[in-house]
Design a binder for this molecule. Structure first.
Ligand code: 13P
Length: 263
């Protein structure tokens, strides 16, 4: 059943391993200019960008005072220590991040991150004052063997079972079916709605309906300016986590504008 009241809309750009500091600052400045030119839209949608670590500071300067928020793509669960090559939550907060992705499928499936690791990173983000954007989603094999619901319930429960309702309310979930990421095969609105309902029902059960009902659940996977409006037409879809299409400011803003214009 669609909810009557819409939650705040949220459009996030995951730049993945793209853009140097100078390139990232230029892209961020273009996004800020588009947000300023669309003041009505910008008040209706929260926008965030997630550059690679080396570009965070340059992008933080480029978006300062604009309302566009800054996130990182990963963090280590510990605040400091002998973890060569890792970056901690306090370090991200210190360069201006207020958000961080956890459990992106490229880390779950490419870097061996388990549900337990994703849960630990989520707790660490909250401890360090960052809003975690918790990514979940099934692989093609899991969908084809009709295990989508089982996977989503498992991934969501692993993260949220350890959180209080107040902590949970300070997080965002991104449903990113692995088969739709970077493939051009966007989930149909019906597939996205069905998955979002499973996620929402699991959150309601694990953290309570009040916290669960207030959290944004984003869709990610081949979102672009042409398909975004059909996804956002459904009140279950609170926004998008955008990969490839977030690397061009105009295309990214079309998605933000579609979220702002959604009924
Ligand atoms: P694409 O939009 O490139 O499919 O990537 C989605 C994604 O993984 C965002 O985190």
């Amino acid at each position: 059943m669609s909810r009557v009241t819409r939650r705040p809309r949220f459009v996030a750009g995951n730049w993945k391993m793209h853009r140097t500091p100078a390139e990232g600052a230029a892209l961020a400045r273009e996004c800020v200019a588009l947000a300023a030119a669309d003041a009505a839209g910008a008040t209706r949608v929260q926008v965030a960008v997630f550059p690679p670590f080396p570009a965070l500071s340059a992008v933080a300067s480029a978006i300062a005072g604009s309302g566009v928020r800054l996130g990182a793509q990963n963090l280590h669960p510990e605040p400091q220590g002998a973890f060569t090559g890792e970056v901690s939550g306090p370090m991200l907060a210190a360069v201006g991040c207020s958000l961080v992705l956890v459990g992106h499928s490229e880390r779950r499936h490419g870097m061996g991150e388990t549900d337990a690791v994703v849960a630990a990173k989520t707790r660490a983000a909250l401890r360090d004052g960052l809003t975690p954007v918790v990514c979940v989603g099934e692989t093609l094999a899991e969908r084809e063997s009709e295990r989508t619901a089982e996977v989503l319930v498992r991934q969501v429960t692993a993260v949220y079972a350890g959180l209080s309702a107040a902590q949970a309310a300070d997080t965002v979930v991104a449903y990113e079916p692995v088969w739709a990421i970077g493939t051009g095969k966007v989930a149909s609105p019906e597939q996205a709605v069905e998955a979002h309902r499973i996620i929402r029902a699991t959150l309601d059960q694990v953290v309570g309906a009040e916290a669960g009902g207030s959290m944004a659940v984003l869709y990610g996977g081949s979102v672009n300016g042409d398909n975004a409006a059909a996804l956002f037409a459904h009140s279950e879809v609170d926004g998008a986590l955008v990969g490839g299409a977030s690397l061009q400011a105009a295309g990214f803003w079309r998605i933000a504008a579609a979220a702002a214009a959604a009924p």
